[in-house]
Design a binder for this molecule. Sequence first.
Ligand SMILES: NC(=O)NC(N)C(=O)O
Ligand SMILES: [Mn+2]
Ligand SMILES: [Mn+2]
Length: 496
Amino acid sequence: MPMAAASTDSQPSARQAFFRLPIISVFLSCFMLSLFPSTALASSGVGVEDAESRLKNLYPEILRDEAVARLHQLGGVSDANGYLERTFLSPASVKAGNLIREWMEDAGLRTWIDYLGNVHGRVEGRNASAEALLIGSHLDTVIDAGIFDGPLGIISAIAALKVLNSNGKLQTLRRPIEVIAFSDEEGVRFQSTFLGSAAVAGILPASALHISDKSGVTVEDVLKDNSLDITKENLLQVKYEPRSVWGYVEVHIEQGPVLERIGLPLGVVKGIAGQTRLKVTVRGSQGHAGTVPMSMRQDPMAAAAEVIVLLESLCKHPESFLSYDGHCNSSSVESLSSSLVCTVGEIATWPSASNVIPGQVTFTVDLRAIDDMGREAVIYEFSNQMYQICDRRSVSCTVERKHDANAVLCDSELSKLLKSAAYSAVTRMTGEIQGDVPVLMSGAGHDAMAMSHLTKVGMLFVRCRGGISHSPEEHVLDDDVWASGLAVLSFLEIQL
Ligand SMILES: NC(=O)NC(N)C(=O)O
Ligand SMILES: [Mn+2]
Ligand SMILES: [Mn+2]
């Protein structure tokens, strides 16, 4: 099924962008020369490598051409006609999982699917009992999604391992390496994100199996319908022992405009904002649109509208309510203000007819901030002011917390290694010494958040066009897909 994702590369090519970098400092050059002597030598003009053999060592057929083709192929695996949608264990998700499994096997990995529908591909390397490096991302999507959010991290990891396999180096890795394609990160179907990675990390409560989707189907039902025999005991089996894991790495599109603005394909993630999802239900008095006088209405739609605008204003100006009670100092208010974002993305009304005053309106709230206490303070203030609005309008309001994940800081050692790997990849591609690899915060959530409960985590971001994501307009240059695969390869080469 053809998906709407654009495939034309309208950005300047990665190579052009690299050449426009400012001159780097002498200190940085010396530092990086000691890290990557051979590439630095080649790029400084001493012992210039022949362009053809250099290109061959960059494995463009696997890391770029095949990876890009696979991204597009996966982008065509959808439950919807004409747009991309793959929610937790939907038929398209199952198909996508099987495709990924085939690609893992093609890279020489041993594969299996766990009780939560996560797809695993593993190589033991030289020492099967050493702590494993896990590399992952998710195979589910939002509705009307782009093709890179999730799959890029899975496919670039598989591609890098395929290169090692084709060079006969896969079995010589110092520790087991495992790629995991997580079954649910977006949380579109059950509103509870990270079902797959939380189970692997051992933080998914058995009660999550009873969460139901809009049609009343539970997580447990879906798993059983897909022949995954989930029970309380089997859920525990999905969990990894912390001592068996060395760390978790995730490559993901940035979903923001920073790398594009800087003109670099890769960045290292410093941390991930915390997030909360709420469901607000407003109940009023259902009635006839033509006969109930305005003064006698208890209209949940108008109340919901006022509450939504309240949320927007609180999140635009948290300083207006956080500073006056003396609990927050100015720097924490400032840091909250700069990262706080709130969204109402889904609204439903009953009975939803143009000539009926609704009886009930429900809407979602998605709230993110770097500062966990600040996020709580916003939720507290929002609930208080919401109840005042609801009282004044004589409607009843309830708030349910559907999902919470605290902010996560990436591990500094892993980040250093990823930074070196990103630097090495870009240097290898351009033959030029590069500027420092940017360090970014992530406003978007990632499986790394759940995995941080199991092990240290590190993330790499990949530039995307216009910073656009969660849209069919989402786009990553072919050369940037290549850079991300090469960065994973460079990172894995440290494990040889
Ligand atoms: N990276 C992402 O798009 N992740 C999410 N599911 C999010 O809501 O941030
Ligand atoms: Mn997403
Ligand atoms: Mn994602």
